[in-house]
Design a protein around this ligand. Structure first.
Ligand code: DAT
Ligand code: MG
Length: 151
């Protein structure tokens, strides 16, 4: 099967609320492979490039202020089906609509403070990882548990 990459980011509210470990844990426990991880204060330019598809939305300026309001935790995760699965683990954009058991369903109450980002397609996963990580910041490695996760 096709191995994909997704860009997951704990947003500034998740960092401020001490949810970094909890959020990383959800993806670790599921069985995906962490290939990149850093705490990072992003620029307005980077935030605007990341969310460029939403540039015309009325909430765009507020979204950029939110994402740049403090450090974020940038992550790259790899696995078969990781993009769609991570979106399911994260839950709906509006945390009040997100199912219990999902990150947003369990940990957030408002769209403007929805604690975590996840890429919406394998193409955007690649694009966003290239945008947020420099050459050499993403590691290729083989977890010892690999044969116990996939036959
Ligand atoms: P998602 O983050 O679930 O992929 P999205 O890509 O449509 O959702 O939007 C990106 C972020 O923009 C989202 O996490 C929060 C913010 N946002 C989206 N829709 C919004 C709205 N109607 N009002 C305020 N913020 C919104
Ligand atoms: Mg999105």
């Amino acid at each position: 099967e096709q191995v994909d990459q997704t860009y997951i980011m704990v947003k500034p509210d998740g960092v401020q609320r001490g949810l970094v470990g909890e959020i990383i844990s959800r993806f670790e426990k599921k069985g995906f492979k962490l290939t990149g991880l850093k705490l990072f204060q992003c620029s307005k330019e980077l935030a605007e490039e990341h969310y460029k598809d939403l540039k015309q939305k009325s909430f765009f300026p507020k979204l950029i202020d939110y994402i740049t309001s403090g450090p974020v935790v940038c992550m790259a995760w790899e696995g078969v089906g990781v993009v769609a699965s991570a979106r399911k683990l994260i839950g709906a954009t509006d945390p009040l609509q997100a199912e219990p058991g999902t990150i947003r369903g369990d940990l957030a109450v408002q769209t403007g403070r929805n604690v975590v980002h996840g890429s919406d397609s394998p193409e955007n996963g690649k694009r966003e990882i290239a945008l947020w990580f420099k050459e050499g910041e993403v590691c290729e490695w083989t977890p010892v548990q690999a044969p116990w996760l996939r036959e």
